[in-house]
Design a protein around this ligand. Sequence first.
Ligand SMILES: [Zn+2]
Ligand SMILES: [Zn+2]
Length: 278
Amino acid sequence: MQTFSYHTHTNSFGLFDGHNSVSEMIDAAYKAGYTELGISNHLIYHPNMHTSSEAQKNDKMFHADKQKAKEIMTAVVNDIKEKAQTAPIKVYAGFEVDFFPSKRWRDDFEEIISAAKPDYLIGSTHCIRTADESLVLNLYHLKESNCSASMVEELMVNYWQNIIESIQSGYFDFIAHLDVCKLFNLGVEPKWDVWKRKVIDTLTEYNQPYELNTSGWRKVGEQHPHLWMIEELNHRQVPLIISDDAHTVEHIAYDFDRAESLLQSINYKNRHKPKIKI
Ligand SMILES: [Zn+2]
Ligand SMILES: [Zn+2]
């Protein structure tokens, strides 16, 4: 069984959506038999993050101020690295990054990570947006926005496009939960399969690792991504990592045995483990 997860969250500084401290997560990972733990709190930054919706403006995890994001993300990494020194297992500090393709975002993002110096990066898409990124709406706050159902449907094209460009960016050690949109009953109709196939093609072309995220089982009864996507990606030998996406100590290694038996049942060949240089 895989004895590590690089996709986990904490409640560091009361600013993130995990429910436990860094020390509690390390302790739980050690007790679960992990040899390595990557802590990947959310890096959610966009200059238009606060003007796009009131709910996003009020969410402490969502940054529109580059300087503030830089300070917070640096403090988070330093805190994890300090606790890693006395940990009984290897502990790394990463970010689960909400990626955007514009040059403006990339320049700011590069400045933030060169200050914070995380050990690794996970690429995520939790937002839908207009092509010019003037409107950026997080799926978790979509209900509180004024976006109509038809507008959401229209913007879903950019959800998939965003994942494709995150793969092409080369920033990320692996790509998170390809079909997280299904938690909101979005991107589930067969018409979106063409986009899911484009994502598969891009992962293949870039040999980009991606995750089997077990949190889907506890949220909607299906892992991320769909089994047919995992099967197709196995056929193309794209590297896969299992993630628990733990937001509490109870989530550590959640359903890892189930993930392992699923992968065994389809004889998944290429498994990924991040190579961290520190
Ligand atoms: Zn996520
Ligand atoms: Zn996550």
